[in-house]
Design a protein around this ligand. Sequence first.
Ligand code: BEZ
Ligand code: FE
Length: 298
Amino acid sequence: MQHSDPLHLTRTVLERVANTPDPRFRLLMTTLVTKLHEFIREVDLTPEEWMAAIEFLTATGQTCTDKRQEFILLSDTLGASMQVVMLAQARASASVPEGVAATPATEATVQGPYYWEGAPERELGSNIAEGVRGEPAYYHGRVTDTAGRPLAGVLLDIWSGDGEGVYDMQVAGQNEMLARARLRTDAQGRYAFWSIRPSYYPIPMDGPVGRMVQGFGQHPNRPGHIHFKVSAPGHVDITTHIFVANSPYIESDVVFGVRDSLIVEFQPHAPGRAPDGREMKAPFWTAEYDFRLAPARA
Ligand code: BEZ
Ligand code: FE
């Protein structure tokens, strides 16, 4: 028998989903159908609006290539990526045994679309941005566990745009990696390298997600930051950034990735001797940041 009650329709769909054998898939789909139907009723969605949404998602898929992931950009600009990152970090960490003084692990943030696997392995202290536009910056610090013990041999996989906010992957015909490297901490858990002080930059705005962001009346920018994946056996890997304090857009990152604990004051220096003994002919910056990794759940 047919009913004209929209709630009856929701119940009928949920009954069909209720037979899903996989319990997690059943939960995900039950909640999705419930919330989707609620949304449609709440905003009194018209057929034209629903078709516009379908066309938008179709265009989002059609914009994806092997170098561009418009769905991730959609997830990022709706804050969904950050929600998932925050939940995952909390879930993966084992609780610290009683009596052990612990500081929380470094906060994670979005990976973004410009990670490129297989960055060159470099020595500690190297310049990983040779020939890249931008003001030189010396990055250094330590990696410890959440109890403050130094972690040796931790892998840091690092990437950033140049000093004008452009990533190597965005430049047509640029097939070589720039401003990327993998380093390992020394026996005291220390790391150090030279790169550039990163600039703010806009996310790609020439696709459907750009049109959506523009529709919000929102700027498209991310504040200056450098990306890190920090990983060590027995610990929860972190994908995170260091953000440049006072960078434009630090209060309004288009992908909601900023955490106060990740903001670093870059110190300006006149030409002269750098902390690693290098003689710098040009002004340069230093940035110090310590990473903390939580023990992984067994
Ligand atoms: C990035 O930081 O590389 C990024 C993150 C999310 C969207 C676009 C870019
Ligand atoms: Fe970035």
